[in-house]
Design a protein around this ligand. Structure first.
Ligand code: WQD
Length: 342
């Protein structure tokens, strides 16, 4: 079986957790990352957890020649997991061209490399944002793709189409797109986790930074939604559970077990949690109090979205297993570790 897996964006949040799970399963890993949104020290965390260091190549996937030369050197890549992309929804609205250029040119250079060097297997990091505000809940993979509310979400939709068209033109290529819901938490070792730069956009890092005193209070964006407690509902999935789904997907392709050349799976828990439920669950899990204030809705937010996970459960034999409380506890342990709190 091919042992070398390329992970682009492998020093990032989900990428680093996936590298750990791949190495734990005996794969060798090479990471390509330009460190634009992560730190090289993540490699030390990975090495401490797994006892091995992944290969690491620092360059920008938008540099076509660098990508070509990479594949000239690394000839034994069995599969690629492609995480490298900008992912801040709000920033993408302010800087659409930066998002379209970065997220799409990097993908196309990678696909060209796959075609030129006979690398057949791609796992693509997609997102539930492709569903927009779903008509039905839970959301299945057959739900209609909605016009995205952000250039970021649109890059995910366009990327899936580029991959689909490339596969149709090159019959040996296969891909699995994994549509994540809301990844949260950190590795139980607290040696790797989410490292948001600046003020976090996402809920859980904002919560942990409020609990550690970096932020004064959490603003809850709206409590006038048509939900049981008025706050918006999401499907929060543990990042280690998410990482394991990528390993299962790579193994599925290497073992030639895919049912078509382009498969799509939702990765969630199948359970929706409101913002206030996350706040209360965090307080219960960590014993920390939390300052928060209800404010107006955030532009572009959907009311409720959570996954139908049947397809991933049945086809991948994968399901999320780590509880919400343990996940929030792991986020807090990671926060304490990076802030040197006891
Ligand atoms: C979750 C809920 C907010 C912050 C985004 C991207 C998605 C994926 C995950 C990349 C919402 C509320 C948040 C805060 C709050 N990213 N909230 N106060 O928007 O569901 O998804 O991140 O792939 O693609 O769209 O995640 O964590 O920002 O928000 O009340 O300070 O928490 O309104 O209801 P979101 P989020």
């Amino acid at each position: 079986m091919h042992k070398l897996i390329l992970v682009t964006g492998g020093t990032g949040y989900i990428g680093s957790h996936t590298v750990v799970e791949l190495m734990n399963e005996g794969f060798d890993v090479v990471i390509i990352d330009n460190l634009s949104n992560s730190e090289k020290s993540v490699l030390d965390g990975i090495a401490k957890i797994t006892g091995r260091r992944p290969y690491f190549e620092q360059f920008d996937l938008c540099d076509k020649e660098r990508v070509h030369n990479f594949f000239k050197i690394y000839r034994k890549v069995g599969a690629i997991i492609h995480f490298a992309a900008y992912k801040a929804v709000g920033e993408s609205v302010e800087k659409p061209l930066m998002y379209y250029q970065n997220n799409l040119i990097s993908l196309m250079n990678l696909l060209q490399g796959m075609v030129d060097f006979n690398v057949h297997n791609l796992v693509f990091s997609s997102s539930c944002t492709v569903y927009g505000e779903p008509d039905e809940l839970p959301v299945t993979e057959k739900a209609p793709i909605k016009l995205s509310t952000s250039p970021y979400g649109n890059t995910k939709q366009i990327a899936e189409e580029i991959i689909s068209d490339t596969i149709k033109a090159h019959e040996l290529l296969k891909a699995i797109a994994l549509r994540y819901f809301n990844p949260i938490g950190a590795h139980p070792s607290a040696l790797i986790g989410e490292l948001p730069i600046g003020v976090p956009n996402n809920l859980v890092p904002f919560i942990t930074q409020t609990a550690s005193g970096i932020r004064d209070e959490l603003k809850v964006f709206g409590n006038d939604y048509n939900t049981h407690d008025g706050t918006a509902i999401r499907d929060y999935i543990n990042v280690v559970d998410l990482a394991k789904a990528h390993v299962v997907s790579v193994k599925r392709m290497l073992a030639e077990k895919t049912k078509s050349n382009f498969e799509i799976f939702n990765l969630g828990t199948g359970k929706g949690s409101s913002v206030l439920e996350i706040v209360n669950s965090f307080k219960k899990a960590t014993g920390r109090d939390l300052n928060y204030k209800i404010v107006g809705r955030r532009e572009g937010d959907t009311e409720a979205v959570y996954a139908d996970t049947k397809l991933a459960n049945e086809e991948l034999g994968w399901k999320a297993e780590i509880s919400l409380e343990d996940t929030l506890k792991s986020a807090w342990e990671w926060e304490k570790n990076i802030r040197n709190l006891k």
